[in-house]
Design a protein around this ligand. Structure first.
Ligand SMILES: NC(=O)c1ccc[n+]([C@@H]2O[C@H](COP(=O)([O-])OP(=O)(O)OC[C@H]3O[C@@H](n4cnc5c(N)ncnc54)[C@H](OP(=O)(O)O)[C@@H]3O)[C@@H](O)[C@H]2O)c1
Length: 278
């Protein structure tokens, strides 16, 4: 008689995954598998295409499969937040998660985008954000994560968005030190961040009037494909320091790795795996 051993969830190799749709383009497997290899951890990370509407089911599947970590990307970030057992304070405020960790068999929803952005700024631009005057273009999911973290870390955050009601909703969520602004606020900002989706396609209009840019300002575009958007190219022509979103992607993955394994992420090996040198 064939005896199938009971699945104790303790099978040696720990499995982590990312759910999303589309997912084949995701750099997350490269980043996380490079990290596991660098530290010699017996972990593996796989990408799973999960169609829209099945995010909550995938969270239940995570329990059944005994996954040790889960990354969550579009379109499941909000649905997954409702399906986990509890949320970190940040995830609760944002209402969306990009990561699930397991603690005493409970699934905890986290959002590591904000801290990923902050760590990218610190490491790649060498700047802290306390008292920094920032203007964020956009008020979608990415803008919400970074606005909250920037304000919590002492920055003064202006939100400029096509749909003003969404900008106001974001400011209401963030609270102190955040304001709805128009494009003119860019002139007096120290850091300008494009968190709109404008720039992913070559024919997209600019997210704001680049004539508003001033000497000494820094410009970040959360987009990393293309590696350099037209906005970043124009800012560089003006002699400004720029950064794309690949560092944010790297550091948000690093934070997920830390939450799952308890180990500091081997950032250099992870960066190398996606062709990022610094
Ligand atoms: N580097 C990273 O790790 C990372 C992580 C997440 C996202 N991102 C990038 O960040 C960008 C935003 O992502 P998201 O998840 O926040 O998207 P989202 O939730 O869909 O938000 C899109 C934002 O772009 C604005 N927008 C879209 N089309 C516009 C147009 N024609 N004119 C003016 N504004 C327009 C929207 O304004 P309305 O409110 O008016 O619609 C909204 O504020 C994307 O390019 C994404 O690739 C990067």
């Amino acid at each position: 008689m064939l005896v199938i051993p009971e699945n104790t969830g303790d099978l040696g190799t720990s499995v982590a995954a990312v759910i999303g749709d589309p997912i084949s383009h995701s750099l997350s497997p490269r980043l996380h598998n490079a990290a596991f290899a660098a530290l010699g951890l017996d972990w593996v990370y796989v990408a799973c295409r999960v169609p829209k509407g099945q995010g909550a089911q995938a969270i239940e599947d995570m329990r059944a499969l005994g996954l040790k970590g889960l990354s969550v990307t579009m379109p499941h970030k909000a649905e997954a937040a409702l399906a986990v057992d509890t949320l970190s304070d940040t995830a609760k405020k944002l209402g969306v998660i990009n990561c699930v960790r397991v603690e005493d068999e409970r699934l905890i929803g986290e959002n590591t985008d904000g801290v990923g952005f902050l760590n990218s700024l610190k490491s790649q631009m060498g700047i802290g954000v306390d008292d920094l005057r920032v203007v964020i273009l956009g008020a979608g999911g990415a803008a919400r994560s970074i606005a909250l973290t920037l304000a919590e870390n002492g920055a003064e955050v202006g939100i400029c968005n096509r749909t003003e009601a969404a900008a106001q909703e974001l400011v209401d969520m963030v609270g102190n030190e955040s304001f709805v602004v128009d494009q003119k606020a860019i002139k007096s900002a120290e850091l300008i961040i494009n968190a709109t989706s404008l720039g992913m396609n070559i024919n997209d209009p600019m997210p704001f009037d680049v004539n508003l840019l001033e000497e000494g300002q820094r410009v970040v575009d959360l987009i990393y494909k293309p590696e350099k958007t037209v906005l970043l190219k124009e800012a560089e022509v003006k002699g400004l320091e720029t950064l794309n979103g690949l560092g944010m992607l790297l550091y948000q993955a690093g934070e997920q790795f830390r939450l799952w394994t308890g180990e500091e992420a081997p950032i250099h090996e992870m960066a190398q795996s996606v062709g990022l040198a610094f």
